[in-house]
Design a binder for this molecule. Structure first.
Ligand code: SAM
Ligand code: SF4
Length: 425
């Protein structure tokens, strides 16, 4: 979501005559689009702001802007703590940025906005996509789920769905420009449209995007297990391979006690049944997940449940986070009683389980041909992804970034595959 918002910010500034600088320390204006989902993300943002005094010493007309989740959550407090920031801006007000910067340049403008619930209309700002073959298309903002650890509903407000006509128009334009991959974005794409009785639901939207003619892949993130319907599974199955055989389905824990304390509204059994159904309907599907280790009250036995879930679910990929209390959330009121060392240990153990399973799964691909969208080049190797989202290091002549190629898989690693490009399209 932040990447997509950043593309909108870039487009707004370019329309106002700004150009991209080679690096932050050479820029007259830096816009920091922050995330506050974990303390480490906030700390990284503060680390960037700490450099701004130096930038300003070198360039007295330097302007530093902070937007995204951090100002939405605690703008006023931050204004006192970080005098180096010229403008705190809610992302919903991003269209005002060129005007605020111009004012700031003329006067000693002291900004700082009150957080109000987000205005979905800011998504109408046409983004400057950083890539000419992959694009993120936000379909909703905010979240109503209030998982007890999560800052998103507090920082980003309640869920609001973007109009389907606008989403489809954006996807049609991308398809007409020959984009190869469109990712529909939302904190919980499965509940798309539920805030507006006149709107279509997510499976219908996904089907309509798939009906747009063109040779492109469709991805969607993120799905909440409680809202993943049979209708949606059918649309994914019916539209293979255009809707990619990849589902990111955050489980967060394997312990029913912890899932209840997190307010996730499903059990380990529900989750395993759900992925069983998905695998039956979409045999080639890859499933990835998010996990939090060390949530308040997570005992060694609870953690074993998560390890057991990993072994049964056989995830292709998992994003493992060590729990960090976020002020304002319900879990922040609970005792953060798992030590840092224990969280690290659980993270390490789970990573090892994941690596073993992912390697076994990837080994099944050795010798097969897979389609790969080349995303970038590192040294002499090209790096891309399969429809399942697996990372592939590709060797081959005459390849270009943005190209779809057929790759013969020669080697499997825990984090991906290696192979040789045979033909290109
Ligand atoms: N809406 C998505 C979902 O429910 O799948 C997740 C969005 S959240 C921005 C991304 C991930 O960050 C979560 O799935 C969770 O694993 C992790 N996360 C969120 N809050 C956290 C916290 N307080 N401590 C550690 N990890 C956290
Ligand atoms: Fe956060 Fe839960 Fe909403 Fe995901 S579904 S954004 S974890 S509150």
């Amino acid at each position: 979501m932040n990447k997509s918002d950043s593309e909108r910010i870039a487009a707004i500034l370019e329309r106002a005559g700004w150009q991209t600088a080679a690096s932050a320390d050479q820029a007259d204006l830096v816009v920091l689009n922050t995330c506050s989902v974990r303390q480490s993300a906030e700390d990284r943002a503060y680390g960037h702001i700490a450099k701004w005094r130096r930038y300003r010493q070198r360039n007295p007309s330097f302007i530093g802007v902070v937007t995204g989740c951090v100002p939405a959550k605690e703008g006023d407090k931050l204004a006192k703590r970080f005098p180096a920031v010229d403008i705190f801006l809610n992302i919903q007000d991003i269209e005002k940025l060129p005007e605020l910067v111009a004012e700031k340049r003329q006067t000693a403008f002291a900004a700082g906005t009150e957080y109000t619930d987000q205005n979905i209309n800011y998504l109408q700002a046409v983004p400057h996509h950083q890539s000419n073959f992959q694009a993120y298309v936000p379909i909703s903002i905010g979240c109503n789920n209030f998982c007890t650890y999560c800052v998103v509903p507090h920082a980003r407000g309640r869920e609001k769905s973007r109009g389907s006509a606008e989403i489809l128009r954006e996807c049609q334009e991308l398809a007409a420009k020959n984009y190869k991959e469109i990712t529909l974005l939302g904190q919980n794409v499965n509940s798309y449209g539920q805030d507006d009785p006149a709107e279509i639901d997510f499976p219908t939207l996904l089907q309509q995007v798939a009906d747009i003619s063109g040779d492109f892949w469709i991805r969607f993130i993120t799905s909440h297990p409680k809202d993943m319907s049979d209708k949606l599974i059918k649309v994914i199955a019916d539209n293979q391979p255009k809707v990619t055989p990849y589902v990111h389905l955050a489980v967060q824990s394997g312990s029913n006690k912890i899932l209840a304390a997190m307010n996730r509204k499903y059990t380990k059994g529900d989750y395993l049944r759900l992925i069983g159904k998905i695998r039956q309907a979409v045999p080639k599907v890859a499933i990835s997940t998010d996990i939090i280790v060390g949530f308040p009250g997570e005992t060694a036995a609870d953690f074993r449940e998560t390890v057991n879930l990993f072994k049964r679910a056989r995830f292709n990929m998992a994003y493992i986070s060590q729990y960090s209390p976020r002020p304002g959330t319900a879990a922040a009121e609970m005792e953060d009683d798992v030590s840092r060392a224990e969280k690290r240990q659980r993270d390490k153990e789970l990573t090892a389980v994941l690596e073993e399973i992912a390697l076994e799964e990837n080994q099944r691909d050795v010798g097969k041909m897979v389609k790969v969208l080349i995303e970038n080049k590192k040294g002499s190797r090209y790096i891309g992804r399969t429809p399942q989202g697996k990372v592939v290091k590709v060797r081959g002549r005459g390849l270009t970034v943005g190209q779809l190629v057929e790759v013969q898989v020669e080697e499997a690693l825990a984090w991906g595959l290696e192979g040789r490009a045979l033909a290109s399209s």
